[in-house]
Design a protein around this ligand. Structure first.
Ligand SMILES: CC(C)(COP(=O)(O)OP(=O)(O)OC[C@H]1O[C@@H](n2cnc3c(N)ncnc32)[C@H](O)[C@@H]1OP(=O)(O)O)[C@@H](O)C(=O)NCCC(=O)NCCS
Length: 169
């Protein structure tokens, strides 16, 4: 079990989330979004991030800037999750902890499917998808990793998902 605490973030964390994204290298941004994006576009992405309708999760290491951010964009009965972990905090299980939390959250909402998109060459994200038994399909330079969320009886009864951490900024 992961020792990382994954928090559901509120809009009060927006500045920290922006600093997180601005701390990523150009290569990380390329991997995260599938293409290069200008800083103004990144700023706009974070400023329009909907912390209520969507879900944004973060992992902190003691500072005000999250070392890991997962944005779960919810549309209908499915969600697309985008993950990023600062370079210094990688390969410590933070990406896996956030994806696990997004899956729990998706189940608690009764969603049917979670999707992560990444580039073919993104071995880290592909390994992560494999760990969670996500089904992958490739199209061109992109890989789509899908996880069908099977609802357990307690999920169906609307029970809170285990391990959910209350929202904090
Ligand atoms: C992809 C990313 C989120 C992974 O985060 P992370 O915190 O390092 O992931 P974890 O530590 O939970 O690792 C999960 C698994 O992937 C493996 N892994 C992580 N990075 C890897 C890499 N670059 N190459 C191969 N395997 C890798 C880990 O070893 C682990 O596997 P294991 O449990 O069998 O040892 C991170 O590398 C990142 O932020 N990359 C830039 C943005 C991005 O690519 N986002 C994904 C597209 S949305």
């Amino acid at each position: 079990m992961s020792h990382h605490i994954v928090r559901r973030l509120t809009a009060l964390a927006r500045n920290g989330v922006l600093t997180h994204f601005l701390s990523l290298s150009a290569q990380d941004i390329w991997m995260r979004f599938g293409h290069a994006i200008q800083e103004s576009v990144l700023r706009n992405y974070v400023s329009t991030m909907d912390f209520d309708a969507d879900a944004v999760f973060g992992v902190y290491d003691g500072g005000l800037v999250p070392v890991g951010v997962a944005h779960m964009a919810i549309a209908g009965d499915s969600a697309e999750v985008g993950l990023s972990v600062l370079a210094r905090a990688r390969k410590q299980g933070i990406g896996a902890a956030m994806l696990e939390q997004a899956i729990r959250h998706g189940k608690s909402l009764g969603l049917k499917k979670i999707t992560v998109l990444c580039l073919q060459e993104n071995s880290g994200m592909r390994r992560l998808a494999e760990k969670f038994f996500m089904e992958t399909t490739s199209e061109g330079r992109e890989v789509e990793a899908d996880l069908e969320l099977l609802q357990s009886p307690s999920d169906a009864a609307g029970q809170p998902s285990p391990g959910t951490v209350p929202p904090v900024p």
